[in-house]
Design a protein around this ligand. Structure first.
Ligand code: AMP
Ligand code: MG
Length: 426
């Protein structure tokens, strides 16, 4: 039986509504946090503000190896001054005597009284004296104390995903530990009678489970903690049992971390696609059970109420691996990132010229594997070419691609070099 298909935008609206509720739960501290060290912080989501514990820089800092001077004492090019002393990085701030220059190293405090640093390259050194060959401008090569940050100033906001730069900034602000959101726990179950795991030798009619490991990797990359639950057969009772045990593993009422259940396969319209029925028997309610997209049409999104806790969100993803990659990117990832406490995540699309054009059918939003040459064309937009592929089971072609070309549902053709939106693939 065909179910009503939601347009992609409407399905995304459902996800956005769920994200609003998840954000409210984060605000009300429904979900927990934990301490994490700088070395474990990559990819974690900050749960608190990082503030500057002191001014940055904490002193007027020289950005060059050179000579600190008073600009007012230099009437033009070629002025000669005695060198009164030297400050290395890590040494305390000195005082510049009147009528003299002071040697400073990069990163050293500029002596009090100086208002410029002349680069070593623009000075002639002779013994204890220097000739300043180029008249400096006031402030040159000095970053004033507090210019980068004031004491107590916000350096990082809660909800930020920590990358290398954020970790560096936290370290410079005096944070060896940081409070981060607990990672969402994501249960992953692959279904299908034909499936065996990657280390098995399949019979000719069997298929290796690529969705499980791929989903685990996608979950990790989006900040979640995957739990691989193995395989389930296309058999209502077994499926029911495996789903029930997956559901039980999630969210005890007192557990303070978000949970998600991802099931791959068995959501289409075939006689042995039993996931929806099994979930329904366990009390699931569905927000949608099909999206007007290709690949990914049979996508299911719903939830199961959990006594005393937040409802468990569930995605029934189509079995084809490319459909899994696409539906994860478009629907699962934004929800998962919000569960992890990220506040500003948006699926990032870019505009590119579709070099060879496209012809097809209207009615479904297409997400087609493409190769984007990130080198822009003359008019500054990159170019993208569709990859030849054999449909949504063809992971080989997706691996060759670096993006998904989005073709709106109302179009049946695109001329060569028309602009399209692309999503870079993970
Ligand atoms: P289904 O959605 O269950 O009808 O499956 C659609 C297609 O995806 C079939 O060709 C399946 O063999 C294939 N498939 C389903 N699950 C997996 C999986 N975990 N890994 C690789 N291929 C799969
Ligand atoms: Mg199947």
């Amino acid at each position: 039986m065909e179910t009503a298909l939601l347009q992609v935008v409407d399905a995304l609206k459902c996800i956005e509504d769920a994200i609003v509720r998840i954000k409210e739960m984060h605000k009300s501290r429904h979900y927990g946090c934990e301490e994490c060290s700088l070395s474990d912080a990559l990819g974690r989501v900050l749960a608190v503000h990082v503030v500057a514990e002191r001014e940055a820089p904490p002193f007027d800092r020289s950005t060059r190896d050179g000579y600190a001077v008073r600009v007012g004492e230099i009437s033009g090019d070629g002025v000669e001054l005695p060198v009164a002393g030297m400050t290395r990085a890590g040494e305390p701030e000195a005082e510049l005597p009147e009528g003299s220059a002071w040697l400073v190293m990069t990163g050293a405090p500029v002596p009090r009284g100086a208002d410029a640093v002349v680069m070593q390259e623009f000075v002639e050194e002779h013994g204890a004296r220097v000739t300043v060959q180029r008249m400096p401008m006031r402030g040159q090569n000095i970053v004033l104390r507090g210019a980068e940050a004031q004491t107590g100033g916000i350096q990082l906001n809660p909800g930020v995903r920590l990358g290398a730069v954020e970790i560096g900034l936290a370290a410079s602000s005096g944070y060896a530990q940081m409070k981060v959101h607990k990672k969402p726990l994501v249960m992953i179950l692959a279904t299908g009678d034909e499936l065996v795991e990657a280390d098995a030798t399949p019979r000719p009619e069997q298929i290796r489970n690529s969705n499980g490991p791929m989903l685990a990797a996608l979950v990790q990359a989006a900040g979640g903690e995957p739990v691989l639950l193995g395989l389930a057969k296309d058999e209502l009772e077994e499926l029911g049992k495996k789903l029930k045990s997956a559901i039980e593993k999630t969210g005890a009422p007192d557990e303070d971390r978000p949970n998600l259940l991802l099931i791959a396969g068995g959501v289409s319209v075939g006689r042995y696609d039993l996931v929806e029925e099994a979930l329904k028997k366990l009390g699931a309610e569905f927000q949608f059970t099909g999206v007007a997209m290709q690949p990914g049409k049979p996508l299911v999104f719903g939830e199961i109420a959990k006594a005393g806790g937040a409802p468990l969100k569930i995605f029934g993803l189509p079995g084809n691996p490319v459909s899994v990659a696409v539906t994860f990117r478009v629907f699962v990832e934004p929800l998962l990132r919000a569960m992890g406490g990220e506040v500003e995540y948006k699926t990032e699309s870019r505009t590119a010229y579709l070099v060879d054009g496209w012809m097809g059918k209207k009615g479904l939003t297409k997400f087609l594997p493409g190769i984007c040459e990130c080198k822009p064309a003359d008019d500054l937009l990159p170019r993208v070419r569709l990859v030849r592929w054999h449909g949504s089971g063809d992971l080989t072609s997706l691996a060759r691609a670096n993006c998904l070309v989005v073709i709106p549902e109302e179009l049946d053709a695109l001329l060569p070099d028309e602009p399209v939106q692309i999503l870079m693939r993970r």
